[in-house]
Design a protein around this ligand. Structure first.
Ligand code: NAP
Length: 276
């Protein structure tokens, strides 16, 4: 996806993947900085750790308490911080600037794929891990009417609830299954990733036909058991591929300052993930 976008923008860059042990994250960021990398993406479990390892935080990272994108910036002769891509020559002063592109990507995918507008919606969100927490905070900030946040380990949902009540006290919040129809159900658990996985919710407590739209963050398999049930029940459905695409496209925009070629990136992603 990123290399297809980079090629379409005619940049002589390469996007590479590295496995980094969490204990070495700080050295990895420092090494990339020293070698004049343009930037980095970070995934689990690095997103929270990186908050304390960058030199400056964009509002997006501060708001969600996680960094998934870093842009390296060099100080020019006038003292302004500029991305290395724009910077000719060497600067001894380089900083790592942390962003988060995950939260906006979730809402963009909900709007584009399902036509769901979070403001005023009733939402059942399954999962309070990294992705579930970000989704919950973002949905609260978008002023959902009611959020049902259900997690296997209730204490983790309670921790997220504390953050929501502090920052968005107007959002009606429950940690139990809804006793009413919802506009949207989101699966932010890892249940559904593996062949033979059960549904990520308890069907004896909540019936799938009470959700008008269902979004599964999982994108492989393309249709999870949850999405198949929801589709059969007549709900609008979408998997997490657009979410993955949009967080990556926004990162490319942050590094380049240019509009990312979304459709080219989508095709490359689909080819890579589904082989088609
Ligand atoms: P995570 O931090 O490890 O959280 C995992 C979540 O799944 C937790 O809420 C966990 O509940 C729950 N869970 C795991 N096994 C379960 C089970 N057997 N029964 C019930 N709940 C279970 O992972 P994450 O990063 O948030 O990722 C969550 C999902 O989102 C994954 O499927 C991942 O692939 C997907 N994702 C997609 C994108 C995208 O771009 N489309 C991006 C990020 C993540 P407990 O708290 O009780 O353990």
């Amino acid at each position: 996806m990123q290399n297809a976008g980079i090629a379409a923008l005619k940049l002589k860059w390469r996007y590479l993947a590295f496995d980094v042990h969490p204990q070495h994250l700080s050295q990895a960021i420092a090494g990339a900085k020293a070698m004049n990398f343009i930037g980095l993406n970070l995934t689990v479990p690095h997103k929270l750790l990186a908050m304390n390892m960058v030199d400056a935080l964009d509002e997006s990272a501060r708001a969600w308490g996680a960094v998934n994108t870093i842009r390296f910036e060099a100080k020019d002769d006038d003292g302004a911080w500029r991305p290395p891509g724009e910077f000719e020559g060497q600067s001894s002063q380089v900083r790592a600037y942390g962003f988060n592109t995950d939260a906006d990507a979730i809402v963009r995918a909900l709007r584009d794929d399902l036509g769901v507008e979070p403001a005023g919606a009733k939402v059942l969100l399954l999962g309070a891990g990294g992705a579930g927490r970000t989704a919950a905070l973002k949905l609260a900030s978008e002023r959902v009417a009611k959020l049902f946040l259900v997690n296997r380990t209730r204490s983790k949902a309670e921790e997220v609830a504390v953050e929501i009540r502090k920052n968005w006290p107007a959002v009606a919040l429950s940690l139990d299954y809804p006793d009413q129809p919802v506009d949207l159900m989101i699966n932010a658990t890892s249940v559904g990733l593996k062949e033979g996985d059960a549904l990520p919710f308890d069907p004896s407590v909540f019936s799938i036909d009470r959700a008008s739209a269902v979004f599964d963050m999982i994108y492989r398999p393309a249709e999870t058991v949850l999405l198949r049930c929801a589709r059969t029940a007549g709900a609008r459905v979408a998997n997490g591929l657009s979410m993955l695409l949009y967080q990556g496209a926004k990162a490319l925009e942050i590094w380049t300052g240019r509009q990312p070629p979304i459709e080219i990136m989508r095709k490359a992603l689909e080819r890579n993930v589904y082989g088609s």
